[in-house]
Design a protein around this ligand. Structure first.
Ligand code: NAD
Length: 504
């Protein structure tokens, strides 16, 4: 059994001051308040099981109140009517405030989610800040077009003047998961705010703390009341009420494919617009000419970063038969060297998974894979006082129809398979209900680009995995979702196109 080091240096004063509030509230129309029922639930540190605070357990009536506030702020408030430059300045100010509080945010994210501190401090929270800066720039570029028409029935001496306007879609429900809470929240808030929308944010019940702190910091920037509202609670209660609310114009959802289907059902009442960023089972392909010194750590990082709780995790590893043994041995060696422990310990490379329940789900997948004939090359153990750690795992001798190959495990488990030629690996990689991302490792530019063209995935990385930038669209094909977050494409999620046609 692996040793999990739970020692840590503790959180800084600012994070402790936030935690000392003990009971955390909703934020509606510029005020912090409890939910109507007064019900709360505990949120815990997944590494230790220790209580971090209480969260409002909101329900439909709290969503109603928040939607009314967002509706009023959209229909009559200043935010959608401000100049683009004013909105841009506000987004930039938000980014500055977040940056000034980055250490606190990173520590809270680690305590709430379990992740190793470096993941939040150096990747995800800078990524969240970058979203606000990128969309601060976009707020001033919401351009329509002028359109020459062939209309020829206007009165004599008159002309037709036609143009389009890009206008905010309205009240947005933003529903986010627990794996990378701050950056995924920023991917929704920043473009929605840039477009002039108003928002009700519903974070995951497992990771509400950093959303609450984020909203506190955003409120400091001086956003008008009602523009950003926060309602915490369970998905089946607060989340479902938000997705089905008739006064919400758009739901932007990131989470599992099964919840994505429920969101679609809920949204159909008023035909609200829906963006879905869903699950994945992303292939990593290692060609015979790959630089293995880069590809092996690259493949290991593709699956083990954030404990494999990443939508674009490289969870299916296809290595050419000529290098297969070397690759899987190499990935297993990397896996065995990963230091696991409390995320606040600076030595920790992989923290706890989000919960004991999630760790046992991951363990069940491993057990089921073994039963079906898979070999465990390394890892495969559950550990820690709260049972929330899973050791980094490599499964070999797997078959394409096994559940470990087909389903999203969302933990530090990679299934490794050999291949002989490009057609075979492209077919295998595409043989999935998902189509979120893929990675190709090769020194051959022609093969890389040809394979990239043929893979059914929203993003393909070549000689890398999971390179993110606020400018790069991210999202999936097939059952990995509809639409894109990040980049210019994300702005369109929050805009409607209006055609104006005039006789002048
Ligand atoms: P989840 O679907 O269980 O929950 C996501 C959010 O939806 C939570 O806030 C939850 O409270 C809410 N929710 C649950 N049921 C709901 C309902 N009926 N109506 C409305 N809201 C509801 O997902 P999770 O376990 O929190 O997150 C992990 C999943 O998210 C994985 O499948 C992962 O691949 C996916 N994900 C996708 C992306 C992407 O960009 N494509 C990014 C990160 C995570």
């Amino acid at each position: 059994m692996s040793i999990i080091d739970l020692s840590n240096n503790g959180a800084n004063d600012a994070a402790n001051a936030f935690l000392a509030k003990n009971v955390h509230k909703n934020f509606v129309d510029g005020e912090w308040d409890t939910c109507a029922s007064g019900a709360t639930f505990e949120t815990i540190d997944p590494a230790t099981g220790g209580r971090l605070g209480d969260i409002q357990r909101s329900a439909a009536e709290d969503i109603d109140t928040a939607v009314s506030a967002a509706r009023k702020a959209f229909d009559t408030g200043p935010w959608p009517r401000m100049t683009p430059l004013e909105r841009s300045q506000m987004l930039w100010k938000i980014a500055d405030i977040l940056e000034a509080n980055i250490d606190e945010l990173a520590e809270l994210e680690t305590l709430d989610q379990g992740k190793a501190l470096y993941v939040g401090r150096w990747a995800e929270i800078p990524g969240a800040i970058a979203q606000f800066r990128y969309f601060a720039g976009m707020a001033t570029k919401l351009e329509g077009s002028t359109i020459p028409t062939s209309i020829n029935y206007q009165p004599e001496g008159k002309e037709v003047f036609a143009y389009t306007l890009k206008q905010p879609v309205g009240v947005v429900g933003a529903i986010v998961p627990w794996n990378s809470p701050l950056v995924l929240t920023a991917m929704k808030l920043a473009p929605a705010l840039a477009a002039g929308c108003t928002i009700i944010l519903k974070p995951s019940e497992d990771t509400s703390l950093t959303a609450i702190r984020l909203v506190e910091l955003i409120a400091e920037a001086g956003l008008p009341n009602g523009v950003l509202n926060l309602i915490t609670g369970y998905g089946s209660e607060a989340g479902a009420a938000l997705a089905s609310h008739p006064q919400v114009d758009k739901v932007s959802f990131t989470g599992s494919t099964s919840t994505g289907r429920a969101i679609l059902d809920a949204a159909k009442g008023n035909l609200k617009r829906v963006t879905l960023e869903l699950g994945g089972k992303s292939p990593v392909i290692i060609m015979p000419d790959a630089d293995l010194d880069a590809a092996i750590p690259g493949a290991a990082n593709a699956i083990y970063f954030n404990g494999g709780q990443v939508c674009i995790a490289g969870s299916r590893l296809y290595a050419h038969r000529s290098v297969f043994d070397k690759v899987v041995e190499g990935v297993a060696t990397q896996a065995n060297q990963i230091k696991q422990g409390h995320g606040l310990n600076p030595e920790t490379q992989m923290g706890a998974l989000i919960s004991k329940q999630h760790a046992s789900k991951v363990a069940d997948y491993i057990a089921e894979g073994k039963k079906a004939g898979a070999s465990v090359l390394c890892g495969g153990e559950t550990a820690g006082p709260n049972g929330s750690f899973v050791t980094p795992t490599v499964l070999t001798d797997v078959k394409p129809d096994m559940r470990v190959v087909r389903e999203e495990i969302f933990g530090p488990v990679v299934v490794a398979m050999p291949f002989d030629d490009i057609d075979e690996v492209v077919t295998a990689a595409n043989d999935s209900d998902y189509g979120l991302a893929a990675g190709i490792w090769t020194e051959g530019l022609s093969n890389a680009t040809r394979i990239a063209n043929r893979l059914r995935a929203g993003t393909v990385w070549i000689n890398s995995h999971a390179m993110y930038d606020a400018s790069l669209p991210i999202g999936g094909v097939k059952q990995s979702g509809w639409g894109r977050d990040s980049g210019q494409a994300a702005l369109e999620n929050y805009l409607d196109l209006k055609t104006v046609c005039a006789i002048v």
